[in-house]
Design a protein around this ligand. Structure first.
Ligand code: 1HN
Length: 347
């Protein structure tokens, strides 16, 4: 294959003429834009230790009143992507949010879609379009694009959750914006995970053949997910992934358009070597202790830690306990990659 021409190969006067007319030659940049066989990745395999984040988040609780923050969040920023860009991976925004007793994070709606995965505390809640959802540790709560949402705290002690958003993509599209609203009036009834969508395999009869694509289920209680993983593990060989995808119960599709969510269980002593794939991901430890090797970088994790996995990375995950299972929550951008037509699994 022949070498591509460089910018310096062109006469200065020609280059100046191009610049003056907002023109750029492709060939000097072609290989950077389209490298052979594997994308150029600036994303680093990073571990954010909860032991490092938690005290700083609690300190933010003392330094910054909620009124001065709207959302009191420390963002998990990947240093390979520039801390100021607030990207855990190229497509995934991750933050850890603190709310203290009686505080409210005011009602708003925006174009990026978000989810909350509860890390600790009791008494927190999110209201989405009038549906009030309790936030218990491990619960996943969706706040899809352009739906009103606000948070509150009726308990004692700090409540901390992980926010995952498709903000990097929406921002890159110059489509990210927010509208503030007045406090919602929550309906006085349990959320849909306890009522209309109480059990997988069942949905309200009236939904058959009705219009799809709304977000019928916005809360996935961890106690149900954990029990389902335990039952899945009982019929799965060691080394085969015990992994459940969070889906829209009416369509069977991923529950949000850009980011995908799943829960993973590692049996005591188990090692998983998932196939290399084109999606980037973030892993958050719900329970347990272990190690990960991501593109050769060794990381030791424990409960509530969070890891970044670049696209095309080689990954090994080990539960280092011989007695206890480990549980991980995964965010990835496979739904968007599938829609764009290039999602790949290698090996
Ligand atoms: C947002 O709306 C929340 O509602 C949290 O709790 C983090 C980060 C960027 C943009 C919007 C929330 C956010 C966010």
């Amino acid at each position: 294959m022949s070498e591509l021409g460089r910018l310096e190969d062109l006469p200065l006067s020609y280059r100046q003429g191009l610049t003056a007319h907002n023109l750029v030659p492709l060939w000097p940049s072609l290989r950077a834009a389209l490298p052979h066989d594997i994308p150029t990745r600036r994303t680093r395999p990073v571990l954010w230790r909860y032991a490092d984040v938690r005290p700083r988040l609690l300190e933010a609780g003392e330094l910054t009143p909620i009124e001065k923050a709207e959302r009191r969040v420390l963002v998990l920023a990947n240093p390979g992507l520039g801390l100021e860009n607030m990207q855990a991976t190229p497509s995934i925004y991750i933050g850890l949010q603190l709310i203290l007793p009686r505080e409210t994070a005011p009602n708003h709606k925006h174009t990026p879609s978000a989810v909350r995965f509860v890390v600790e505390g009791a008494g927190g809640f999110t209201v989405v379009e009038g549906e009030k959802m309790p936030m218990e540790p491990g619960d996943l709560i969706l706040t899809p694009s352009r739906l009103w949402h606000e948070h509150g705290h009726e308990g004692t002690g700090p409540v901390i959750w992980l926010d995952a958003l498709d903000l990097p993509t929406v921002f890159a599209l110059e489509a990210s914006y927010c509208v503030d609203g007045r406090a919602q009036v929550a309906r006085n009834q349990p959320d849909a995970s306890q009522t209309l969508y109480r059990r997988s395999g069942l949905m309200p009869y009236r939904s058959l053949g009705a219009s799809r694509g709304i977000y019928p289920l916005k809360r996935f209680p961890w106690k149900e997910v954990r029990a389902a993983l335990e039952s899945f593990a009982a019929v799965t060989n060691t080394g085969e992934a015990v992994q459940l995808a969070y889906i829209n119960p009416e369509t069977g599709d991923e529950c949000l358009p850009v980011l995908g969510f799943s829960a993973l269980m590692l049996r005591p002593g188990e090692t998983l070597r998932p196939a290399r794939r084109s999606a980037s991901a973030v892993l958050h430890v719900v329970e347990g202790d272990g190690q990960a090797v991501i593109d050769g970088t060794e990381l030791t994790w424990t409960a509530s830690d969070t890891l970044a996995v670049p696209t095309h990375a080689r990954v090994e995950i080990v539960n280092t306990s011989s007695r206890k299972p480990a549980f991980l929550f995964q965010v990835d951008d496979a739904p968007m990659q599938r829609k764009l037509g290039f999602y790949e699994v290698f090996d």
